[in-house]
Design a protein around this ligand. Structure first.
Ligand code: COA
Length: 329
């Protein structure tokens, strides 16, 4: 069986920035409330002419450059998103075309904010079996197009962004890089805690559907919060137990960036020093499937994450989905 190595990472955040002061102009809230309750100060917002695959294209080009491989060698594109440019064709197919990749496999994966961890795990399985050798794994969203800027519970949280990895068969005899394990879960019965009902077959696009506001995300924030802490704690514990490791064995925890208080609760439960937790939520907000690859790429480029480091990823999202992954970079 082969093992996977992250050959290169890339990310992209659009230029336009939405500050807490901007949000105060839209809904009844304060800059302090938003920062205290979420840890977020700013979020990036895609320009009107930028769609999810445009953000992904830049992140993917940066990942391919960092991986130092010819893009003709990419044999699969796996795209985690819940905000594709169109219902069809898939974001993965659109990205393949935009990057000028050769004929290869291309598919989207929908697991909301856990999407990138799911996608990385699927890519790892393809590599382990020998089916593919170089997979472009992307997590990208333009979720701000689904935000109701009259709803103070949700409009404070979300931003746009993209991250990408080139995950490849590890052929480097000097490297132990691999994905140790992934633990992926869903609690579908909790689906109504965080949803975007409009635009699907249950509520096709229509004037009444839009009048009801079903084309916006809606969320039971407090319930999502509780489930997030519980599910991320469980997944992190399982990742360490299965691999016979404990906190000192792990150099970095990269949690989904949804709320600093969720991150703090998970870090505390895990007993991990906050210095070992990668956090960028203050600048980015919640970019859903984008948060983990963006935070990962920024930490690589800042020189924090180094080859040989063991890294624990932990995520949760609409579904309710959750998952963890333990890997060596
Ligand atoms: N500004 C000021 N007050 C606000 C507010 C805002 N933007 N949003 C909510 N409030 C109010 C509520 O109306 C409530 O008032 P009440 O006590 O008079 O009813 C009060 O603040 C407390 O609301 P609550 O929902 O308990 O706040 P909270 O501490 O749970 O914070 C969230 C709200 C949304 C920030 C928090 O629940 C959260 O982050 N949840 C997880 C969401 C998430 O991660 N979603 C993505 C999943 S991937």
């Amino acid at each position: 069986m082969f093992s996977s190595k992250i050959l290169g990472t890339g990310s992209y955040l659009p230029e336009k920035i939405l500050t807490n002061a901007d949000i105060v102009q839209k809904v009844e809230t304060t800059e302090e409330w938003i920062f205290d309750r979420t840890g977020i100060k700013t979020r990036h917002v895609a320009a009107d002419d930028q769609n999810t695959t445009d953000l992904a294209k830049i992140a993917a080009e940066r990942a391919i450059e960092a991986a130092n491989i010819d893009k003709s060698k990419i044999d699969c594109v796996l795209f985690a998103t819940v905000s594709p440019d169109q219902v069809m064709p898939s974001a993965a197919c659109m990205l393949q075309a935009k990057l000028g990749l050769q004929r290869c496999a291309a598919l989207d994966l929908s697991a909301a904010c856990t999407g990138f961890v799911y996608a990385l795990s699927v890519a790892d399985q393809f590599i382990k079996t020998g089916m593919y050798q170089n997979i472009l794994v992307v997590g990208a969203e333009v979720l701000t197009r689904y935000v109701n800027y009259d709803d103070r519970d949700t409009c404070i949280l979300f931003g746009d962004g993209a991250g990408a990895f080139v995950l490849s068969r590890n052929e480097d005899e000097t490297s132990n890089a691999k994905i140790y394990s992934a633990h992926l879960y869903a609690d579908g019965y909790l689906g109504d805690l965080f949803e975007l009902p409009g635009g699907g077959s249950a509520h096709p696009v229509s004037v009444p559907m839009i009048q009801e506001g079903l084309h916006y995300m809606r969320m039971k924030g407090r319930e999502v919060f509780k489930n997030a802490v519980r599910s991320m704690n469980d997944c992190c514990k399982e990742a360490l137990e299965v691999n016979n490791m404990s906190e000192p064995d792990v150099q970095w925890l990269i949690p989904h960036q949804a709320n600093i208080r969720i991150i703090d609760a998970v870090a505390k439960n895990f007993g991990i020093n906050k210095e070992k937790v990668i956090i960028n939520i203050q600048r980015t907000g919640n970019t859903s499937a984008g948060t983990i690859p963006i935070a990962f790429d920024e930490a690589v480029r800042e020189g924090k994450i180094k080859r040989g480091d063991k890294i624990l990823l932990a995520a949760f999202g609409a579904g309710i989905t959750s998952g963890s992954m333990l890997l060596e970079y």
